[in-house]
Design a protein around this ligand. Sequence first.
Ligand code: PLP
Ligand code: COI
Length: 353
Amino acid sequence: MNIRFEKNIAPKEKPQDNVLGFGKYFTDHMFLMNYDPENGWHDARIVPFQNISLHPASTVLHYGSEIFEGLKAYRRADGGIQLFRPIENIRRMNNSAERLCLPQIPEEDALEALTTFVRTEAEWTPHSEGTSLYLRPFMFGNDESLGVHTVHHVTFAIIASPVGSYYAEGINPVRIMIEDEDVRAVRGGTGYAKCGGNYAASNRAGERAAQKGYSQVLWLDGVERKYIEEVGAMNVMFLIGDEVVTPKLTGSILPGITRKSCIEILKKEGYKVSERLLSVEELSNAMKNGTLKEAWGCGTAAVVSPIGELLYKDHKYIVNEGKIGKLTQHLYDTLTGIQWGKIADPYGWIYKL
Ligand code: PLP
Ligand code: COI
């Protein structure tokens, strides 16, 4: 792939690592590429970070034709930079594209776009413990017409943001509200795809949770409102007795790459892991009778986040005395150890730049 480069001649001052938070600062460049049926994907370019101009009838503004991905570039102690399982993100992006009738990108081109872009912005990868360069590839339809149909003109972009922790709590336990009114996704819908609409529709419940002092909501299935699905920006796992339980991928849950990695780590280490249906009733019984030992969420932005409290129908359940559990901590240390190159990667997950 030929990638044109236009250098930003007015680079920004980089923020200090201790003020990063999540997604507030952006690097000096962005990757762009266009698609139309005549030319396929074309005009790959890395250009100064800038606003994107759109026709007011552009499809994405009316009908939400948009998908995105999230992955991170990590700074190793030796100064080098590495990605974590980037090919998994590329495959998921193409699955999301298929669901939204957007054009797929050949895996090797998507990887080249990503790695060339990260090399260009390498200096923006922060050095402090727990920080990284968050990469946000995204794709949207921009036909200039109001008819509802498969889009023909599409833009693919990658932007990057130096980040610290996603939650203000950092690695401290978060408080989560189990949502029993709104639903995030239904089978046959777009739950397994990473599309913007899923997130737009989840904001109302998120707002209600925030008003009650909770960080995010835990969604139940959209049919019976009975089975645990996932949290707004992460998958969930529970240590019940000696079994790690995580909701199985029924089509309405995002197949998280962190989820998949946690399962692989836990299984390799001999833990019993079940991907199965977990009803909210089973979970609340486990909370009442003390067999729920630990709960955590996992995601690229959230990493491994202990859950210290769950609210369900105005009943508060404190998990593990509101403290981070032993297994949660172990999983966090193992996963982040591999991601930042502090421990060996026996899985072949690391992609060094
Ligand atoms: N579930 C949702 C709804 C998400 O937005 C995310 C974040 O990407 C995840 C789960 C975790 O996925 P991953 O581990 O691939 O980041
Ligand atoms: C990620 O973890 O990469 C996500 O996409 C979560 C997000 C919606 C902030």
